[in-house]
Design a protein around this ligand. Sequence first.
Ligand code: PLP
Length: 393
Amino acid sequence: MSNQSFHPPVRTLMGPGPSDVNPRILQAMARPTIGHLDPVFVTMMEEMKDLLRYAFQTDNTLTMPVSAPGSAGMEMCFVNLLEPGDKAIVCQNGVFGGRMKENVERCGATAVMVEDAWGSAVDPHKVEEALKAHPDAKVLAFVHAETSTGAQSDARTLARLAHEHDCLVIADTVTSLGGSELRVDDWELDAVYSGSQKCLSCTPGLSPVTFSERALEVIKNRKHKVQSWFLDLNLVLGYWGGEGKRSYHHTAPINALYGLHEALVILREEGIEESWARHAKNHQALRAGIEAMGLSFIVKESERLPQLNTVTIPEGVDDARVRARLLEEYSLEIGAGLGALAGKVWRIGLMGFASSRKNVLFCLGALDAVLGDLGAPIQRGVAVETANRVYAG
Ligand SMILES: *Cc1c(COP(=O)(O)O)cnc(C)c1O
């Protein structure tokens, strides 16, 4: 048994999350732990709710972080909105739509699937057909930014269609929040969940959520109790809700919340639109470098996520060997393909603090060196220079 403290190496995290954590956030998390009902802590919680409203671009009263990872935010949306016997239309164009289906079924509800190819956005025409064919559907659920493929769907159009057919909207914004345009109120999204460790660059383990008045009305009028005790909004709100007295629900992850607070302050300092623009710019530079090497993207240009770049692995190149060398020689992590895309693509994240010129150039240089050394069929020595030209304008 070891009696040594654990000292992780310093990595550059350019995979699908977690992304590089801003050192300011780690410092914030090392501040003294206080009680979760301490008035000073409660003031911080109120600030955090405002900062989250800014990040989500919403005025929703019910906006808060769930004390668990993005998957718990997902589950909170489904278990509170759906009851046994309900019907939900679920869009699947990657891994996370499949998890939504699991959630619907575990609520005792029926999932009507709208499938699109991995690497494509959700097709609004198919969604409209499904809404027409199932007028009794209560919820339309989709993933705004599919981290497994790098495709972005048109959340505004999907939400408009849902409301035309009297459906509530559940939107997964785990990878979009902070990284690409997301406007919860303008787009009328009803139940929205995200994660702390992607474009907010915080440590993993918290899930910001926001619920519209329309969604709350449905939750208040439920016929059955929510089957999850921990995720039942009516109970959680005794702690996070209201401005007045707070009652014990669970012990909040105090120091993790200091971290999220700091992450949101950093986002506020930069400005949400400036953050979206930075993600777009770094994507353009990475893309120019990747294409100069002769590699290509699987997602078509109009549907590409700037924060998650899915790049085709060149013929004859050993996926695992390349990633292992990047990790060992450069302490650089990029992501592998998931599911149907395993072994076929790399997923290069440019999320939050990791979305920087320094990282773009570092990653291109490392890929150039490792692929060149392995004799991969790439154009050598041009990627970094090409990307730099994008920054030069
Ligand atoms: C990462 C991710 C999740 C799950 O978040 P966890 O924090 O890992 O539970 C859900 N949806 C999408 C689109 C994600 O990228």
